[in-house]
Design a protein around this ligand. Structure first.
Ligand SMILES: [Zn+2]
Length: 426
């Protein structure tokens, strides 16, 4: 416990300097009493100022030494032991940090309730948000995130008041059934229980809201796997920052999903449609109209929708690949050369194909024909592709092409390039 910390509900205090050290650019000082709460267990420390002789000096950092808060401030040149100063925290910053931190209690409790064997593996929170690392034997997906978010939101809306109880380790363990193990050691001495009615109870020395209604909003906006069954959950409680997350989603994902639908629209003309994707398109158009009215619920449901859609799209694209291969195989398996001499020359026009398709076509023809040369001209995307298994040198042939100027690279066997222009025919 901090010796000279004036409590969690005092935000400004006039007090004395008990010890100080001036460096070139900053001052380190101890105060008789302080309102500044330093970084603790992943929660960032306070911001604020020290006022002395009608001047404000910003707090640059806070640490703990000898159970007392060490204040690092902008250089206060004329300070002395015994000088009277006013210490003032940035209340807005404290509130934001406390809101995120208190929400972290709720999320941590919820994870522990759903997954009793889960273990906390790391924690951080500042004024913008929070993140919790948990080890759990369960695969995390957006459906689980939706459930977590729902439970935390329900807890937040109970408007439970905070209660703080100082107890010894034995009482914490036996009466309150709290684990007093921390990093494989048992905690000793006086401990602080932070309790929000029946909603949450934890041992903690951080700063918290007085009532859960002060947590204005809650959104788990992302998660990631860190390996070893450890998942990192990212959450925010500030309404404006959460709105930013909605906007980011709208910009990034809607563009990405629109591109997938465009790709699908082109393919379905040739390869047929997919019922799931057709339905998803309708849903997508509905959601798109409503992005301005996103809340955490619609945001997370949209995330789930996008993930399912991407899965369906991928399956469709795989099917299309197979169909496309079959189609190209049948189209080109028995093709006759355009020029049938000592060297057979095949000149093909295609469009909308990818490199792997060009390769597939050329390899198929060259496998069936010795001493041959195949070129594919794609007028739509202005691509040229050629391969040879005989005396014609692919790259030379492309460079000296009779009809087009082509810029590209290659070797004797294969070459490809961009069609720049049609050559003037004399
Ligand atoms: Zn706490």
């Amino acid at each position: 416990m901090l010796k000279n910390f004036k409590g969690y509900n005092v935000f400004e205090i006039t007090t004395k300097i008990t010890e100080f050290l001036n460096k070139v650019k900053f001052t380190l000082l101890y105060l008789e009493e302080t309102v500044f709460f330093p970084e603790s267990a992943g929660q960032v420390g306070d911001l604020g100022i020290i006022q002395f002789n009608n001047k404000d000096y910003k707090i640059l950092g806070l640490t703990i030494s000898d159970d007392k808060v060490v204040h690092k401030t902008e250089l206060i040149e004329d300070i002395e032991v015994g000088s009277i100063v006013t210490a003032k925290i940035d209340k807005n910053h404290r509130d934001l940090v406390s809101q995120n931190h208190s929400a972290a209690h709720l999320l941590f409790d919820t994870l522990r309730e759903l997954f009793p064997t889960s273990l906390g593996k790391g924690y951080f929170n500042d004024e913008n948000g929070l993140r919790i690392d948990m080890q759990l034997n369960e695969k995390v997906d957006w459906n689980l995130i939706l459930k977590l978010n729902e439970i935390v939101t329900n807890k937040r809306q109970t408007t439970a008041n905070k209660e703080e109880i100082i107890v010894d380790a034995k009482t914490a363990k036996e009466e309150y059934n709290l684990s007093i193990e921390f990093n494989e050691k048992e905690l000793e001495g006086d401990l602080r229980i932070v309790k929000f009615d029946h909603v949450s109870i934890q041992l903690c020395s951080g700063t918290h809201v007085n009532n859960l209604s002060e947590i204005k909003d809650f959104l788990i906006y992302d998660f990631e796997s860190k390996g070893n069954n450890i998942y990192r959950f990212y959450a925010k409680t500030n309404e404006i920052l959460i709105k930013d997350e909605y906007n980011k989603l709208t910009e990034k994902e809607i563009l990405e999903v629109s591109n997938l639908f465009d790709k699908y629209a082109k393919l379905k003309q040739q390869f047929g449609n997919d019922q799931n994707i057709e339905q998803a398109l309708e849903t997508f158009l509905e959601i798109k109209k409503d992005t301005l009215n996103f809340n955490w619920d619609s945001f997370l449901k949209f995330k789930i929708f996008i993930n399912d859609l991407k899965k369906n799209m991928n399956e469709y694209f795989v099917q299309v690949e197979t169909k496309k291969k079959d189609f190209l195989f049948n189209k080109y398996k028995n093709i006759e050369p355009n020029i049938n001499g000592e060297t057979k020359i095949f000149i093909l026009e295609e469009n909308g194909l990818e490199n792997k398709d060009y390769n597939f076509i050329c390899d198929l023809i060259l496998k069936n024909n010795s001493n041959s040369y195949v070129e594919i001209i794609d007028q739509t995307s202005k691509m040229f592709f050629c391969k040879s298994n005989g005396s014609i040198k692919a790259f030379e042939r492309m460079q000296e092409h009779q009809t087009f100027n082509i810029k590209g690279g290659g070797n004797e066997k294969t070459a490809q390039g961009k069609i720049i222009e049609r050559k003037n025919s004399n």
